[in-house]
Design a protein around this ligand. Structure first.
Ligand SMILES: Nc1ncnc2c1ncn2[C@@H]1O[C@H](COP(=O)(O)OP(=O)(O)OP(=O)(O)O)[C@@H](O)[C@H]1O
Ligand SMILES: [Mg+2]
Length: 448
């Protein structure tokens, strides 16, 4: 099939001679006499290559180039400049033009440039396809699980990947929400566009709005230049908003607007920017409760809860434990350069019986640690941390009976801070990481 070219040129003689030369080369050529018409044309169909003059009656060629590249990062554009205006040529290249030709145009030269540009474009497309294939394989290969629950989830991921609908991932800490979010993205038709994970509770509240939506220059003290927000960076791709339950009321309403109108407005800005984003949300909290208690907007909840996928805790799919153990043994013995390739029966029994509050992440950490300290190529009971060997229904149960909530929390933090990371500790206590940090500071509990 012939490649499709669009020429944007207001001078009739030049336009017609370019058309003639390129049609003779076998391309399908269309033209526009102004940037405005060109923009309308590209709205409705796609071109392998666009050639535009810089000096045009209305919007100039550089602005046209910018607008086109905003819509589609991959669009190849060649610029025609007047003799002696090297500066504009440089500006065009900076704005993303593939190359430029100088007037008067030599036919052999433009033929060659067009040919090169199209060749490069073909290569680029091939690369992205290849990358996509690798990522697809890679990402499903990394998700381990033979339980029927996991099979169901993976089938669901494949089914919904290409839809634009928002996805809500629910599940305790360490159950694989981020892994599934990536799988959704890399199996979607957005796979070659950005995947941007954002942890709402890790960014301080006062910075989050400008991180997400961007800001204009002078929007607040210190905003010396305007800055693109993460939503804009993620255009045409996927945003993974983690810990959505921690979003403040103010940001909840701003997010709702973005979801409804597909538009974002930078902090301090007066103009909205159209964006095309697929949103995936995650939370390990009970969002229903937050809605009932008025901490989470009900209308926003309906918006984000279009496709909900619940990841079961590891203790509810014990049949996957053995598989995961084998997987992590292989992974970490390779990474750590140790030749551990087995685990003995007794150790495996403990791992199967344990209640896994930190889920797969906790299992992964425990195997990594065991591999580090094991000898003779086998993981044995003595390589497992004490906590795993005392199987309780809930850690610290005995403590809870005798202490006030505050003392219990203190004891809990002291007891488990070396075994679990901040997030896991906070989750087990049902508080945010920030609040855990504040409590530690107040009570003077440090790790060291
Ligand atoms: N099914 C699985 N197969 C292999 N590895 C997994 C699986 N599920 C999770 N993991 C691994 O466990 C770790 C934790 O997973 P992930 O970060 O996706 O959890 P999460 O649900 O987002 O946790 P949190 O709520 O704490 O953010 C990651 O290193 C991930 O690669
Ligand atoms: Mg996560």
């Amino acid at each position: 099939m012939a490649e499709k070219l669009l020429i944007v040129e207001d001078e009739e003689t030049l336009r017609e001679s370019l058309e003639r030369v390129l049609v003779r080369e076998g391309y399908e050529v269309e033209s526009a006499v102004s940037a405005e018409t060109a923009l309308k044309i590209v709205e409705g169909s796609s071109y392998d290559l666009i050639i535009t003059d810089i000096i045009l009656p209305g919007i100039d060629g550089i602005e046209l180039l910018r607008k086109i590249r905003e819509r589609s990062q991959d669009q190849v554009v060649i610029i025609i400049t007047a003799y002696g205006s090297l500066e504009t040529a440089v500006e065009a290249l900076r704005a993303g033009a593939y190359d430029y030709v100088v007037k008067p145009i030599i036919h052999e030269e433009i033929k060659q440039i067009v040919k090169n540009a199209l060749k490069q474009r073909a290569l680029q497309i091939e690369n992205t396809l290849l990358k996509k294939q690798i990522e697809r394989q890679y990402d499903f290969g990394r998700i381990i699980g033979e339980s029927s629950a996991m099979h169901k989830i993976l089938a669901e991921v494949k089914k919904i990947a290409d839809a634009r609908s928002n996805v809500l991932l629910l599940g305790e800490t360490g159950t694989g929400k981020e892994l599934i979010a990536r799988a959704v993205h890399f199996n979607s038709n957005r796979a070659d566009k950005p995947f941007i994970p954002i942890n709402c509770s890790a960014i301080p509240e006062n910075l989050l709005e400008s991180e997400l939506f961007g800001h204009v220059r002078g929007a607040f003290t210190g905003a010396v230049a305007s800055k693109k927000g993460l939503f804009e960076e993620a255009n045409y791709g996927t945003v993974f908003l983690d810990e959505i339950g921690d979003l403040s009321m103010a940001l909840q309403s701003k997010l709702l607007r973005a979801l409804e109108d597909h538009e974002i407005r930078p902090v301090g800005g007066t103009q909205s920017i159209k964006v095309d984003i697929r949103f995936i949300f995650a939370t390990n909290k009970d969002i229903d409760i937050s809605v009932k208690e008025g901490r989470f907007r009900e209308d926003l909840f309906y918006r984000i809860n279009v496709i909900a996928i619940k990841l079961p805790p590891l203790r509810e799919r014990k049949e996957d434990i053995k598989l995961l153990v084998r997987h992590f043994i292989q992974k970490y013995s390779n990474e750590l350069g140790k030749t551990v390739n087995d685990i003995d029966e007794a150790a495996l029994k403990y791992l199967t019986a344990y209640h896994w509050p930190g889920n797969i992440r906790e299992l992964q950490n425990i195997i990594e640690r065991a591999i580090l300290i094991s000898e003779n190529g086998v993981i044995r009971v003595e390589h497992l941390p004490e906590g795993v060997k005392t199987v309780e229904s809930f850690p610290c149960q005995t403590l809870a009976d005798k202490l006030s909530i505050e003392d219990y929390t203190k004891a809990f933090i002291r007891k488990y801070q070396h075994e679990f990371n901040e997030q896991q500790l906070a989750d087990m206590l049902g508080i945010t990481r920030k609040s855990l940090w504040e409590k530690r500071k107040r009570w003077g509990i440090n790790k060291g």
